[in-house]
Structures are given as C-alpha cells and as structure tokens.
Design a protein. Structure first.
Length: 96
C-alpha cells in the first residue's frame, strides 16, 4: 500500500500537513468540510505530496513536517532545497 504525506494551503496562508493512503479521497474530505481543522477554510489547495511504501516512514515524515516553520514548509513546496538547508542550519543554532 502506498502512503502519502501531504501539505494543503488553506486560504492562501495556512499550511495543513496530513497523512493518508488515499490522497484523492482525503482531499475531497478536506474540500467538503469533513476535516475539523480545514472545514473553516474556503480555499484549500493540495500544494505538496510525498509517497511512501511504509506507513511508519510516512508517519515519521508527517511529524517532522508538522514541526517545521512556515518558511521551511514553503521552501520545501517551492523546491528551494538550498534555502531549506540554510533555514535548517539557522534553527539548529536558535536563529529562526
């Protein structure tokens, strides 16, 4: 079974990180107000997803991403890996 860790952009400002084995069904649930967190948002877009063949690995990645700052998530979504690494270094030393 394939597992997905995904990031939604809600109302063009808030990120939501989740995990699912059925990305299309879960996205529909978010869009139709079936998720407690995202039902308060009018505009929801799937902006990022990663695939995993193991639920445990996907769960660890979800927890990792949930702990990231808004700036780090944005850099990941935009594919700015060098910037993401710089952000990671700055937070290691308490600069962010």
């Amino acid at each position: 079974m394939t597992w997905y860790v995904y990031i939604l952009l809600c109302d063009k400002q808030t990120f939501y990180v989740g995990i699912t084995s059925d990305i299309d069904k879960r996205f529909h649930e978010h869009k139709s107000g079936q998720s407690l967190f995202t039902k308060k948002f009018a505009d929801i877009k799937l902006v990022y997803k990663e695939e995993f063949d193991d639920k445990e690995k996907a769960s660890r990645r979800e927890i990792q991403l949930k702990g990231w700052s808004h700036a780090k998530k944005k850099a990941l979504i935009k594919g700015k890996i060098l910037y993401l690494r710089n952000l990671a270094r700055s937070t290691e030393f308490g600069e962010a």
